[in-house]
Design a protein around this ligand. Structure first.
Ligand SMILES: C[S@@+](CC[C@H](N)C(=O)[O-])C[C@H]1O[C@@H](n2cnc3c(N)ncnc32)[C@H](O)[C@@H]1O
Length: 254
């Protein structure tokens, strides 16, 4: 199922509007920026706690599996507090370069504190970079937050060098009954409370509830892969774990 935005036949929203949270696109953007600003200092703790301590290792392994190597120049879109960027810096080493990008000022500030050397404020849909300058683009757990998947993927294609790779880390609805219901209970009921009790940040509960609601209503993986191919990527594929709860999408610029 795809959700096309009005007045723009080629655009593709990652999920339909979530009316319990916002009414307009402008309100959605404000809500996201406010939520991520408020939770930025606690985000890494929540990520590690909700992944039982495996979040950073998982990101590092996914980057390596997708071909990131020493000396590469990588753009980490939606860098948050630098969760993926810091792992990427260890892989590319001194000969390479990592650029973090995120619309939330709170997250950008936190990424700098975590040691990400180059961080900019900006959005996936309008990348503030010239054509063909990156070897690799990563985006960790943020595909559900862009306005338009097609526009975003075209931007990724534009700034990648020929032969460049993308890696989109995502959480998605598991396909079968048991993994779906276990994930739903864990992410919708348990994680918001763990996030709140562990950080004492009242905004953490709301963010993690919203997080599950976007996962639940997101377009299916086949639509994401199709959008990648239609945008011009080749060899698009997905890597899944835990019945599809963790789903990494990758592709290559021809
Ligand atoms: C769940 S955090 C992910 C942080 C990190 N990448 C990770 O692996 O955990 C989602 C991030 O997406 C960012 N974001 C939201 N809308 C975005 C957009 N349109 N373009 C780029 N980043 C966006 C938020 O500000 C937030 O920092």
């Amino acid at each position: 199922m795809a959700f096309h935005l009005p007045n723009s036949p080629s655009s593709l929203a990652p999920h339909p509007p979530l009316r319990d949270y916002y009414q307009t696109e402008e309100q959605r953007r404000k809500l996201l920026d406010a939520q991520f600003d408020q939770v930025a200092p606690d985000y890494n703790w929540i990520t590690q706690a909700s992944s039982f301590g495996s979040g950073k290792r998982y990101r590092r392994e996914a980057l390596k599996r997708s071909g990131l190597k020493q000396g590469d120049t990588i753009l980490d879109v939606a860098c948050g507090p630098g969760t993926v960027s810091v792992c990427a810096q260890l892989i590319v080493g001194e000969a390479g370069r990592v650029v973090g990008l995120d619309p939330s000022l709170g997250m950008v500030t936190e990424a700098q504190k975590q040691g990400v050397s180059t961080v900019l404020q900006g959005k996936a849909e309008h990348l503030p970079f010239p054509d063909e300058i990156f070897d690799f683009i990563s985006m960790g757990y943020a595909l559900r937050h862009v306005t338009d998947l097609a526009l975003t993927f075209k931007e990724y294609l534009r700034v990648l060098k020929p032969g460049g790779q993308i890696l989109l880390l995502e959480i998605s609805r598991p396909d079968s009954f048991l993994p779906y219901h276990v994930s739903r209970f864990f992410l919708k009921q348990v994680v918001p409370w763990v996030a709140y009790l562990g950080t004492k940040n009242p905004h953490a509960h709301k963010l993690m509830k919203y997080y599950w609601d976007t996962i639940e209503s997101c377009v299916p993986p086949e639509t994401i892969l199709q959008a990648l191919e239609e945008s011009g990527f080749v060899h698009s594929q997905q890597y899944t774990l835990f019945g599809g709860l963790l789903r990494d999408y990758s592709g290559c610029k021809p």
